[in-house]
Write a protein that binds this ligand. Structure first.
Ligand code: ATP
Ligand code: MG
Length: 461
């Protein structure tokens, strides 16, 4: 089952309907509800066998064992979950002792990863809410700005519900009797399509600013509207993302843009002024118009990413980053050429500069940044269509990605359509036709060697 965006970019602004202000949700403000199996639609048939094995094994060992998070949310919505998360009162060490293929990960948030082939089930021990103070003995810590640095204070099921991010992410499916437990009003919000943070929104964003990105991601993916209280601080708190490690932001960027709703996500990120904190140079480039037209390449590339994912075609982080950073690279290349650099030199310098600046915001592992720069550099080689050059380019391992990139540039009018068409044709021709299409390389001028005059024997005059 493919997941679909609820609304498209053109319509999303109309859909940001404000919902009634219902005030903060805090412990004790809502009566917990338990929905018995006959009254909800979660069936074990839709839970992966790996997740079921983990759930049952924990239960049989005498621990509490719940499916929680996106798995429960998506199943209740009739969607296919991306992964399954499990909540338990067993400590990470107790979880590890139960499973052979189990690894404990994370310092900030310690949890167990249980592996079944390629599938990983994340098992988290119930956590308690933060009291706002640093308490090394209890293994929790906050920065001066209120950001959670460590969150390893274990708690009860109810406490665990209150420390989660959104109400719709705090629903628990109990493997003991197949009921769904709701402490925070998540079922009601799921029904009315509202994304609401648990607790005081500003404080929750300060604890973990990535929650703003998660709000955008879930709003785009589920087509939910963000509750006004949850939404209000988002416009202002973007700068807090500067404190998040670049590597964590890189992971979030992949989730944001490779989840099938990249275009809506992009528009929402810009709407809340969050995009600039992930891609500062791109935001800067997009704020300029080109010859009176807004720059549309990024939006077109993201739309294409969504189309490819919907058709089960591969999309790599290298291509995604190449597209997201192309505008600043292109503008900087042009600037350097105007200053007298050769086009190739300018493209190389611009690529290096933009990459170096970007990794300050979100990291980008070298295995992605190398192919990304190749995609950029190959763009100039498409212009060389004589002699052996086109054949050599065709054999380049990055040809396909670079050609797809050229097509996108041509679609928004930034590269000549004729050039893109030429390459589309050229690939499909047989060798004889190809040879007819390619103009021969201009004859190389032979350097004439001057004959050296034989030196006259000394004394000859
Ligand atoms: P999906 O897996 O579909 O992207 P998800 O809701 O399962 O969505 P995960 O990142 O897998 O998201 O996290 C699992 C659950 O852990 C969430 O549903 C939420 O309850 C909790 N959670 C994750 N990140 C945070 C956070 N930053 N703050 C509070 N709770 C969080
Ligand atoms: Mg999940």
């Amino acid at each position: 089952m493919r997941q679909r965006c609820y609304y498209t970019h053109k319509r999303f602004r109309d859909k940001l309907i404000r919902v009634n202000n219902q005030g903060d949700i805090a412990p004790g403000s809502i009566q917990p509800v338990t929905i018995p199996r006959p009254e909800h639609n979660i069936s074990r048939a839709n839970i992966s066998s790996a997740a079921l094995k983990v759930l049952y094994k924990l239960k049989e060992a005498g621990y509490q064992s719940y499916l929680v998070g996106g798995g429960v949310r998506d199943l209740l919505l009739g969607r296919e979950p991306k992964d399954f998360d499990v909540g338990t009162d067993a400590t990470p060490e107790q979880v590890r002792s139960l499973f052979r293929s189990c690894r404990l990960i994370g310092r900030r948030f310690r949890l167990a990863h249980v592996r079944f082939g390629r599938e990983i089930i994340e098992v988290a021990t119930f956590r308690a809410m933060h009291n706002g103070e640093s308490d090394a003995a209890a293994d929790s810590a906050q920065s001066d700005e209120g950001r959670i640095l460590r969150d390893n204070v274990f708690g009860t099921l109810e406490e665990d519900a209150w420390r989660r991010d959104f109400t719709i992410n705090a629903l628990y499916y109990d493997i003991k009797d197949f009921s769904v437990v709701d402490y925070v009003g998540g079922l009601e919000d799921l029904r009315s399509g509202v994304l609401k943070l648990i607790g005081d929104p500003e404080q929750r964003y300060r604890e973990d600013p990535v929650r703003m990105l998660r709000a955008v991601r879930f709003a785009a993916k589920l087509g939910f509207r963000i509750h006004p209280d949850t939404e209000a601080p988002m416009h202002e708190l973007g700068p807090l993302l500067a404190d998040i490690p670049a590597a964590r932001l890189f992971e979030e960027v992949l989730k944001l843009f490779l989840g099938g709703c990249a275009l809506t996500t992009f528009e929402l990120l810009r709407h809340y002024d969050l995009f600039r904190h992930l891609f500062p140079l791109t935001e800067e480039a997009l704020s300029h118009e080109e010859e009176g037209f807004p720059i549309t390449f990024v939006a077109r590339a993201l739309e294409n990413t969504d189309t490819r994912l919907a058709a089960d075609k591969p999309v790599t982080p290298a291509f995604l980053y190449a597209a997201l950073l192309w505008e600043p690279v292109r503008l900087r290349t042009r600037e350097l050429v105007e200053q007298g650099a050769s086009p190739l030199e300018a493209a190389q310098i611009a690529g290096n500069e933009v990459t170096a600046a970007q990794v300050q915001a979100t990291s980008l592992p070298k295995r992605f940044s190398f192919p990304m720069r190749e995609i950029w550099l190959l763009q100039q080689r498409f212009e060389r269509r004589r002699g052996k050059a086109p054949y050599r380019l065709l054999e380049h391992p990055r040809f396909r990605a670079a050609y797809d990139f050229l097509l996108l540039r041509a679609e928004v009018g930034e590269a000549p359509a004729e050039l893109a068409g030429w390459w589309t044709d050229f690939q499909q021709l047989n060798p004889v036709e190809q040879a007819q299409k390619v103009e021969p390389a201009p004859a190389r001028k032979r350097r004439r060697r001057r004959r050296r005059k034989k030196a006259a024997p000394a004394g000859d005059a």
